[in-house]
Design a protein around this ligand. Structure first.
Ligand code: SAH
Length: 390
């Protein structure tokens, strides 16, 4: 045997195991993505609509049950695709009817979603990231740092799971509104969030009106501009201060996108829609941003912008450096804004006994400590957990 052949043989790498392609999770694909997926499979475009309806309207995730697809296509989908959801790791019910769920998205990261029933409406508050990188001074989520972006499947999967979980309750309420006000900054996870929004407003999927879907941002100006072009749902902006010096401290991302730039982007966002208004959120922090002078400054700042203002009583959490403004101070602040012609409401804190209120969502990313134990409910599914009472 020629020696060269021996050499070649001995140098040959060991046979690689045949790796099967990971399955495509169809849950997070919007109409355009699904159409591309089916065309790539040599299937017709209209399959996208069929599967959107199965997944998002019927709540079906088993391909075998999708009876208007041919047997052959169903078998093929079993092989190359899947519909997978985050795992529900805990549930809490507040005295006021608010429900909070802990969802595990991977072994290291969990997120929270909250359902708030109110006057015939059912608002689902969903997370866009595990943790948050923005470090707002008054927010509990900031304390745990940033875990990772959620995929579009993990964002829309929250609606899918919530609908199923709510259907199992005695009241079986519907989700009429969705707010991206859970954990994370939605505009820092733009693509995934945009796909999920497209699904929320698609008539073959969730069919929600644009004004019933709200993206809340700490003020990422480029993201606001992109959202205006891509999917102009309702916009809420977490303002919290009437001047840059204070806002730089409370919402550090203001150092990159100061108030003037932010408000210019807001004006532009609603410029083409006479009915649209920006919601400005303003957390009431005792002795920090709640004076009459600050209310007047805020009113001047928002002059000419189609706006409404939500005053959010600060929700304290262990280790927080702030206190909530006194009620009289909140009322005075609201009156000054109203007198200046701004529609202003004071948000009623919801789900306080289960730490589900604004800025209290902590999910569970490193450090894991006892948080998961605190949040995971075993025997107290239908009562507020004593361990998390505030
Ligand atoms: N990152 C986005 C969305 C998540 S926060 C944003 O900043 O808008 C949702 C809302 O809760 C924001 O207005 C946020 O500023 C507010 N919030 C955060 N911590 C709070 C707290 N402890 N009490 C009251 N509101 C809080």
């Amino acid at each position: 045997m020629p020696s060269s052949l021996v050499k070649i043989r001995s140098a040959r790498a060991p046979a690689k195991p045949v790796l099967s392609k990971p399955k495509q999770n169809l849950l997070g694909l919007s109409r355009a993505g699904l159409e591309r997926f089916f065309l790539e499979q040599g299937e017709q475009r209209f399959r996208a609509e069929q599967i959107l309806k199965w997944i998002h309207q019927q709540g079906v995730k088993d391909f075998a049950a999708m009876t208007n697809l041919s047997m052959a296509l169903r078998a093929k989908l079993e092989e190359i695709a899947e519909i997978t959801l985050p795992e529900v790791a805990g549930e809490q019910l507040s005295r006021d009817g608010t429900r909070k769920w802990l969802l595990r998205v991977d072994p290291q990261n969990s997120i929270e979603m909250v359902f708030i029933p109110e006057n015939g409406r059912g608002t689902l508050c969903v997370s866009s990231q595990a943790g948050c990188a923005l470090n707002c001074a008054f927010c509990a989520t900031a304390r745990q740092g940033f875990g990772r972006n959620l995929s579009s499947a993990e964002v829309i999967g929250q609606l899918w799971l919530a609908r199923q979980l709510l259907a199992e309750t005695t009241e079986a309420p519907s989700i009429t509104n969705v707010v991206l006000m859970g954990m994370g900054e939605p505009l820092l996870n733009f693509e995934a969030v945009a796909h999920a929004l497209e699904l929320m407003i698609d008539d073959c999927a969730w069919g929600l009106a644009k004004r019933r879907v709200t993206v809340s941002t700490a003020g990422l100006v480029p993201g606001i501009k992109r959202l205006a072009e891509r999917c102009p749902v309702s916009l809420a902006v977490s303002l919290h201060a009437p001047d840059d010096a204070l806002r730089n401290q409370l919402v550090p991302v203001n150092r990159s996108y100061p108030i003037k730039e932010l408000l210019a982007a807001c004006r532009e966002y609603v410029a083409d829609d006479r009915r649209a208004r920006i919601t400005f959120e303003y957390v009431m922090l005792d002795g920090v941003n709640d004076s009459a002078l600050q209310a007047k400054a805020l009113a001047r700042l928002l002059e000419g912008i189609p706006a409404k203002v939500n005053l959010i009583p600060f929700n304290p959490f262990p280790g927080a450096e702030f206190q909530c403004s006194r009620q009289a101070q909140i009322d005075r602040f609201r009156e000054i804004l109203s007198a200046a012609g701004l529609t202003t409401i004071t948000r009623r804190p919801r789900g306080q006994d289960i730490a589900a209120a604004c800025g209290r969502l902590e999910g569970d990313i490193a450090p894991r400590s006892q948080r998961i134990a605190r949040l995971r409910l075993t025997e107290t599914n239908h009562q507020p957990a004593p361990g998390v009472m505030t």
